[in-house]
Design a protein around this ligand. Structure first.
Ligand code: AMP
Length: 120
């Protein structure tokens, strides 16, 4: 297939980050997933972990590429081990009505402060 991924999916900001076309503070990259700091952090630790390939929601990812979802979760734990004592909240917003604004699945890895429940 010709063209960059961004040309094939010009609306996918996170594919552009994976391709290095949009700058981000990358904290982890491997053959399946990439992790980078959220530009608008909601906690001292706020990293997004995404699959290199585009799936819209975590359920789509689980159905199509369960090993990639497992890697995503393992990387979240690794980052929390390094930055927040191993404790973290892992959030997948699935749908605009619950706050999803980028439709390339991403796990929000949040930590480094106390959290309340229920979430807002
Ligand atoms: P969501 O609302 O669950 O779809 O989360 C999207 C997240 O992407 C938000 O927390 C944004 O702050 C974050 N975000 C948007 N653009 C960028 C960017 N260029 N680099 C890093 N994080 C971003």
């Amino acid at each position: 297939m010709s063209g960059t991924r961004a040309e094939r999916a010009p609306d996918d900001l996170f594919l552009r980050i994976v391709a290095g076309e949009v700058p981000a503070e990358i904290v982890h990259a491997d053959d399946l997933v990439v992790a980078f700091r959220d530009v608008n952090p909601q906690a001292p630790l706020h990293v997004l972990v995404i699959p290199r390939e585009r799936y819209e929601t975590v359920a789509d990812l689980a159905a199509a590429a369960p090993a990639t979802l497992a890697r995503l979760v393992a990387v979240a734990q690794q980052i929390a081990d390094a930055e927040s004592g191993g404790e973290f909240r892992l959030v997948f917003n699935s749908g605009a009505g619950v706050g999803q604004s980028v439709f390339h699945v991403h796990g929000h890895v949040l930590g480094g402060r106390d959290f309340t429940w229920p979430p807002g």
